[in-house]
Design a protein around this ligand. Structure first.
Ligand code: NOJ
Ligand code: CA
Length: 939
């Protein structure tokens, strides 16, 4: 028989929402209501068995007495009760006692009711009240309250107060305040008193003298707590941290901090209580009580009694609690450095952003935790034997992608293009490149992908179009100063006859950023700006046509079912007005390249465009209930997460690639810093990072990590995406790439994979010069070999005759030649080999999907000073990456009670994976991780 929880699960909402729908509440959105009704119908759920209106003796009814049913913590306990009672066919009679006199009356009345059992939640009982209940005809179980005559399940509030206070002291706080509830609270909230006792005990144990000035009591209300906290902050020696005995009081303290101009957690740390959604929304560090579990345990005791007919003896069962560290606690300003050196774990936790359009009941949007597969259309799969990948090729491989376990595909540009920069020179933003297919084929791809649960994202190129775009062609024949030319940056040259470029800017791919045109009358003419290659003229975002064009483009593809865009090169949109010379060029790391030009990098002028796009997306979502769209910025900001945040926020891009991890060399400090700084920049603001280790511009990880200098060189040199030339050991690189992938896939947020990394493909370094197509190769006169090596068509089989299965019959050579050794890395063979990279990715993605902690839990960096290991915790899961060349043992408390969920090391056949100690990557007796290896440990 379907239960209310089944309905909630199927509809993707909470049980409360279902019950609100059943009660006809107006607070439920029509779309949600429709979903709940559909789920009830599908499951054939019958909400009430008592609706027959019979006055006969009730059968199978359990009374639940609860103060403040609407209070979120009560509600959570109720959820646990409902879940446990329903399978037994027991229905609930809810007594919501929201005033003390009503509570007292109920305690007299209820024992006379014809119930099968009673549960009382968080209501302190007088001695005679408990005694009366103990003599009633039915058994009573207490939850979070106790009485000597009755069984009870209790959350240890003293311990809660203690761990909150201890956490703050471990960060270096000494002046810690407590905000709780008055002793004579009408409901006698004993929990507040116990929490305070734990607080006091922790201080005393640490040798800190208890100072009553730091303890305040007030009603369980946000406004009251705000007042109390304001008083605390106005003291001459104000507290640097506050423990609040409840969620709403913590919110009041946060309000007070804001009013006092204090930044949280820099100036003041705040801990709340009850890890309910409200806390998660506000990024609060809280004490998590197993509220739902207490409901379940209480119910189990009761159902046990009902099944056996034996009344449980009076006893107290205590439940464990834990601290959930989010963004509101940190070391006090002065002590932070010292503490980090002490090895105090840096802790940051995820919390769900407060507002997202079209999400169900505040659940994260799909893209926040998705695994997206970046697919270079040209190189993925060729369906018609012309040697060029195409959309039909992708459609044919959807089963492979579905099996891999990805959530979405990002297609590199597949618009009509002369391919001067392989699609990043778009000639028409509203069509499909004929080599790749047509709009009909595209629609079919979106449809088929959806059918296997995969969303399609595209690539939007706003900074420039192709020199063959109709606009640019029109500009060439239009006069100086015309609106056609104004859509770009046309300027007269300097010097005699305007022979010199308008300024000294260099192009990012080499050479001048300016190209001179010939005017329609045949005379040498103006110059136009193109900061990548001359085939990619920069668009002028001050021109309304440009803004309008991209509005139309985004909507055009959203209408076709595209769920998001990766936005190309957004940091170079917006140029210093007047286009002055780049005075910094000479001091730059690579003056011959434009990448360090401050006049077109990170300019404030660009951001108006992104704010406008975000508004467009949100308006589109509002008009299309159920659609969740994402814009991810390619914003290259090496080691400047603060600048990254200027692009990724609630007003501009939903995400921006966290490139620092991809740039990092193979050493623990670099990886840890990349993760820590990104997480710290994003998560306290309610944003989850978008990680990536590979893409079509960077050298593949296997090669990067296999370089002899991998420990000092990542994917960049002096901030420019560039490769080291040290020798490569592919085996080392493969081992490390396996470990890095596992490390990355456990991180909080979204992960972007690049096609071929799941096969462990190395970079192809020895392409013949004549085969090379990347404009970087030609523009730098071959000094830079460019990016072709990561764009070689994918190997699907071990058959060289069909370019390893890339083309069906191999009639035409593929557009870049795959090397012979690729017989070693291909889908067909790897699918059969449990030790292959492909098998590792599949396993990791499957476990990630099946382990909610890996997507939803917070993030805590452990062992922050370890020279070899980078370790973090996500809920119950611990991820360990050993970046050293020797085996490392793990602290016992990380290993205890955990087993290996996934290991980057190939397990010998027949080994069982019971505990990291016996079967982890390392050989030592205690839990250990081998060299260049990573492991996910879970319960
Ligand atoms: C970044 C893209 O990823 C790269 O491939 C392209 O060449 C440049 N932007 C210019 O569009
Ligand atoms: Ca083709």
């Amino acid at each position: 028989m379907a239960t209310i929880s089944d309905v909630a699960a199927l509809a993707g909402v909470g049980i409360g929402t279902v019950s609100r729908v059943l009660n006809g509440s107006h607070q439920v959105r029509p779309t949600t209501r429709a979903k709940v009704h559909a789920a009830m119908e599908e499951l054939d759920y019958r909400p009430t068995r008592s609706s027959a209106g019979s006055t006969a003796r009730r059968q199978g009814f359990v009374g639940v007495l609860v103060p403040f049913f609407d209070e979120p913590s009560s509600y959570q306990r109720l959820r646990g009760i409902v879940q446990s009672l329903q399978p037994h066919g027991l229905e609930i009679v809810l007594y919501n006692v929201d005033a003390p006199d009503r509570a007292r009356r109920r305690l007299v009345e209820v024992p006379q009711h014809q119930l099968d059992g009673l549960i009382i939640i968080a209501l302190p009982l007088r001695s005679e009240e408990g005694d009366r209940l103990a003599q009633a005809q039915f058994p009573t179980v207490l939850i979070d309250t106790s009485h000597p005559a009755l069984p009870s399940v209790l959350i240890d509030d003293r311990r809660g107060g203690r761990i909150a206070t201890e956490h703050l002291m471990s960060l270096g706080h000494e002046r810690i305040a407590f905000i709780g509830e008055p002793e004579r609270n009408p409901f006698g909230f004993v929990s507040s008193r116990y929490r305070q006792e734990g607080y006091t005990a922790a201080l005393t144990d640490a040798g800190i003298t208890f100072d009553s000035r730091y303890v305040k009591h007030g009603p369980h209300m946000r406004t009251a707590a705000r007042q109390l906290a304001s008083e605390l902050f106005a003291m001459a020696d104000p507290p640097t941290a506050v423990v609040a005995a409840s969620d709403v009081q913590a919110l009041g303290a946060l309000d007070a901090a804001r009013l006092a101009g204090k930044s949280v957690p820099r100036d003041v740390s705040i801990i709340g209580y009850d890890d309910i959604d409200l806390a998660a929304y506000s990024g609060l560090t809280t004490v998590r009580q197993p509220l739902e579990v207490s409901g379940q345990r209480g119910s189990e005791i009761l159902t046990g009694a009902l099944a056996t007919g034996i009344r449980p003896i009076p006893f107290v069962e205590e439940l464990a609690i834990e601290l959930v560290v989010r963004g509101t606690t940190a070391a006090p300003a002065r002590a932070s450095k010292a503490n980090r050196r002490d090895g105090t774990p840096m802790v940051v936790c995820a919390f769900r952003p407060p507002v997202r359009s079209n999400t169900v009941d505040g659940a994260p949007a799909w893209w926040e935790t998705a695994v997206v597969y970046q697919l270079y259309v040209r190189s993925f799969a060729d369906s018609n034997d012309d040697g060029i990948g195409d959309l039909a090729g992708i459609r044919g491989r959807l089963p492979y992608l579905a099996d891999l376990g990805i959530d979405a595909i990002w297609l590199n540009p597949c618009y009509p293009s002369p391919q001067a920069d392989h699609g990043y020179d778009v000639a028409d933003y509203f069509d499909i490149e004929p080599d790749y297919g047509d709009l009909e084929e595209f629609d079919a791809l979106v449809r088929d992908a959806r059918a296997v649960g995969i969303r399609i994202m595209m690539d939007v190129v706003p900074n420039h179009c192709s020199s063959e775009h109709a606009w640019f062609q029109a500009a060439l024949v239009a006069p100086r100063g015309s609106s056609e030319r104004e859509r770009f940056y046309f300027r007269d040259g300097r010097g005699t006859g305007g022979d010199e470029p308008p300024n000294n800017w260099q192009a990012i791919f080499g050479g001048s950023a300016w190209t001179r045109i010939t005017e329609p009358d045949g005379s040498p003419g103006q110059w136009y700006l193109a900061i990548f290659t001359p085939a990619q003229p920069d668009l002028n975002w001050n021109h309304p046509d440009v803004v309008d064009h991209f509005d139309r483009m985004l909507r055009f593809w959203f209408d076709r079912g595209v769920e998001g865009f990766r936005a190309d090169a957004v940091t170079v949109v917006g140029k210093t007005p007047g286009l002055p010379d780049n005075e910094l060029q000479q001091g730059a790391a690579r003056p011959e390249l434009g990448a360090s030009n401050a006049h077109f990098t990170w300019r404030p002028e660009g951001h108006a465009a992104w704010r406008h796009w975000r508004q467009l997306v949100e308006a589109y979502e509002a008009d299309h209930p159920g659609r969740q769209l994402v814009l991810v910025a390619e914003a290259y900001t090496p080691r400047r997460p603060d600048i990254l945040r200027q692009y990724a926020n609630d007003e501009e891009f939903h995400q921006a690639f966290a490139f620092d991890l991809m740039l990092a060399p193979w050493n623990a400090d670099a990886f840890r810093d990349a993760v820590r700084s990104t997480v710290e920049a994003m998560m306290p603001a309610g944003l989850l990072p978008a990680w990536t280790m590979n893409n079509h511009d960077a050298q593949r990880a296997v090669t990067r990590f296999g370089r002899a200098d991998a420990e000092t060189h990542g994917a960049e040199i002096d901030g420019v995406l560039e490769n080291s030339h040290a020798t490569v050991d592919v085996d080392t690189g493969t081992r490390r790439a396996r470990a890095a992938a596992l490390f990355e896939l456990g991180l909080p947020g979204c992960v972007y994979l690049y096609a071929g990394e799941e096969l462990g493909l190395p970079e192809v370094l020895d392409l013949p010069d004549e085969a090379r197509q990347d404009p970087i190769f030609a523009r730098t006169g071959g000094v830079e070999i460019g990016r072709d090596g990561c764009r070689v068509p994918l190997p699907w089989t071990d058959d060289p005759a069909t370019s390893f299965g890339f083309s069906p019959h191999g009639k035409n050579d593929p557009w870049l030649p795959p090397p012979k050794e690729w017989a070693r890395w291909n889908v067909a063979s790897e699918q059969l080999d449990p030790s292959s990279m492909l098998s590792l990715y599949r396993r990791a993605l499957a476990v990630r999907r099946a382990t909610p902690d890996l997507t939803l839990a917070g993030f805590e960096l452990l062992l922050p000073d370890d020279p070899d290991l980078v370790v973090y915790r996500r809920g119950e899961v611990v991820v360990v990456l050993n970046m050293s060349d020797h085996e490392r043992s793990l602290p016992a408390d990380l290993v205890a009670g955990r087993r290996v969920l996934v290991s980057s090391v190939v397990e010998p056949a027949g080994s069982s994976r019971r505990s990291p100690g016996r079967n982890g990557n390392g050989r030592n007796g205690a839990g250990s991780v081998g060299p260049d290896a990573a492991v996910w440990l879970g319960r």
